[in-house]
Design a protein around this ligand. Structure first.
Ligand SMILES: *Cc1c(COP(=O)(O)O)cnc(C)c1O
Length: 374
C-alpha cells in the first residue's frame, strides 16, 4: 500500500522518548523548554510556546487576543474545520471568505470583499489566514489590509512548518502563527502544536493560559486567569527535537517528489496546484475535472493499493455551520471552496516515498482518468 502520509520515526526518536520515560519526569519540562528555543531559532521569531495540538494553539491564540462574544473573525472557507471551530468556541462569529482555486489560500481580494460586504452586528476583530497544505498565503498583502482595519492576524500554519513567504519563514509575519505536529504534518510529536510570536506580552499570556492561568509572583504561585491545560509532555518534545533536526531534509524530499507529480501530470486535464516559492508541500492536491467522481476515484485507487483522500473541507457545507449560519452559507454555494472540497484529491506525498512510488501513483491517475468513465 502506498500511504497518503507516513511519519518518519526511527531509533533516534525512540531513544529520546525512552530517556524521558525512564527519568519519570513526564510533563512539560526541560525538553519542552529546549524545543521552544530551537523552534524559535529555526523560525526566526522571539518566542515559541509549545502546546498539546494545533487546535490548542489556535484556541489559545484567540483567547490570548481577547476575542470573544460580539467579535467576528475572518476564516477561509476551504480549510480543516478546526480553524472555524475555535472561533465558535470563544463565542465569536466566523466570517467565511472564499479561496484561490489553485493556491487554495485566502486571497487579499476575498478578504477585502467579506469585510466590505459585512452587515453583521459583530465587530470584525481578527483574520486567520491558513497556509493551506503548506502553500504560503500572500502575507504582505493580507497584513496591509489587516493593519488598515485594525485586525489581529492569527496564522493557521498547521501545515506550514518551514514554509516561507518572500524568503522569510512563516512564523513572524502575523501577530502569531500556529503550527501542528500531528503525524500528517511536516514533523510530528504524535499530537502536538506550537504558537510562534514576536510579541513578548502576547507570549506571556499564552504561557499563562496554557498552564491553568498560573503566574509566578514574588509571593509564590498564583492563578491569575482562568486558563487551560494545553501543555505538551516532555517525551513528545524530546521526539520533536529530533524531528526538527531533519525538517529541511524532509522538505527538500517533498519538493523533489512534487516536481515529479507536476511534470508527469502536466499533460493531463487534471488541475494541478500552483507552484509558489517557499511551499513545503505538506500535501499535494490535484483537482479533478467535474465529470470525474472523486469518491469513486478514491475507491479505484484503493483497489490499486494506493491511499488517496479528499484535501480539505468547504466549511459552509458542514452541518454545524449550515444550520447555524444558513444565509452566510447559502451565499457561498458556488464558491471555489465547494469545488475544491468535492473535486480535490490529495495524493500520497511523504519523505519515505520513492520516486517510483510517485510514478506509480501518476500512472494510476492517468490510466483511470483517461480510460473508463469514473
Ligand atoms: C491539521 C490542521 C489543524 C489541526 O491541527 P491538530 O494538531 O490536528 O489539532 C488546523 N488547521 C489546519 C489547516 C490543519 O491542517
Amino acid at each position: 500500500m502506498i500511504r497518503l502520509s507516513k511519519p518518519d520515526l526511527g531509533d533516534e526518536e525512540l531513544a529520546a522518548a525512552t530517556e524521558v520515560l525512564r527519568s519519570g519526569m513526564l510533563v512539560q519540562g526541560e525538553h519542552c523548554a529546549r524545543f521552544e528555543i530551537e523552534l524559535a531559532e529555526y523560525l526566526g521569531v522571539l518566542s515559541v510556546i509549545v502546546v498539546s495540538s494545533g487546535t490548542a494553539a489556535l484556541h489559545l491564540s484567540l483567547i490570548a487576543a481577547g476575542i470573544g462574544p460580539g467579535d467576528a473573525v475572518v476564516v477561509p472557507d476551504f480549510t480543516f474545520p478546526s480553524t472555524a471551530n475555535v472561533v465558535e468556541l470563544v463565542g465569536a462569529r466566523p466570517m467565511f471568505a472564499d479561496v484561490d482555486p489553485s493556491s487554495f489560500n485566502l486571497t487579499p481580494a476575498s478578504l477585502e470583499k467579506v469585510i466590505a460586504e459585512w452587515n453583521g452586528s459583530e465587530n470584525i476583530r481578527a483574520v486567520m489566514p491558513v497556509h493551506q497544505f503548506g502553500c504560503p498565503a500572500d502575507m504582505s498583502s493580507i497584513m496591509g489590509i489587516a493593519r488598515q482595519h485594525d485586525l489581529v492576524v492569527i496564522e493557521d500554519a498547521a501545515c506550514a512548518l518551514g514554509t516561507a513567504h518572500d524568503g522569510v519563514r512563516i512564523g513572524g509575519h502575523g501577530d502569531c502563527a500556529c503550527f501542528s505536529f500531528h503525524p500528517r504534518k511536516i514533523i510530528t510529536t504524535g499530537e502536538g502544536g506550537a504558537v510562534a510570536t514576536n510579541d513578548a506580552n502576547f507570549a506571556r499570556r499564552l504561557r499563562q493560559l496554557r498552564n491553568h492561568g498560573i503566574e509566578r509572583r514574588e509571593s509564590g504561585l498564583d492563578f491569575v486567569s482562568s486558563g487551560l491545560n494545553y501543555r505538551m509532555t516532555d517525551f513528545q518534545a524530546a521526539i520533536g527535537r529530533v524531528q526538527l533536526g531533519k525538517v529541511e531534509e524532509y522538505i527538500e524530499r517533498r519538493r523533489s517528489l512534487q516536481r515529479i507529480y507536476q511534470s508527469r501530470l502536466a499533460p493531463t486535464s487534471i488541475d494541478l496546484p500552483r507552484v509558489i516559492d517557499g511551499h513545503n508541500w505538506q500535501t499535494y492536491m490535484a483537482v479533478l475535472p467535474d465529470e470525474i467522481n472523486r469518491d469513486e476515484m478514491i475507491r479505484l485507487f484503493r483497489d490499486k493499493g494506493i491511499e488517496a483522500n479528499l484535501g480539505a473541507y468547504a466549511i459552509h457545507e458542514l452541518e454545524y455551520y449550515r444550520l447555524k449560519y444558513p444565509r452566510d452559507c447559502a451565499r457561498l454555494a458556488d464558491s471555489h471552496a465547494s469545488r475544491l472540497y468535492h473535486q480535490g484529491l490529495a495524493l500520497p506525498l511523504h519523505p519515505c516515498m520513492t520516486d517510483s512510488d510517485v510514478h506509480e501513483v501518476s500512472d494510476a491517475l492517468i490510466e483511470i482518468t483517461s480510460g473508463a468513465k469514473v
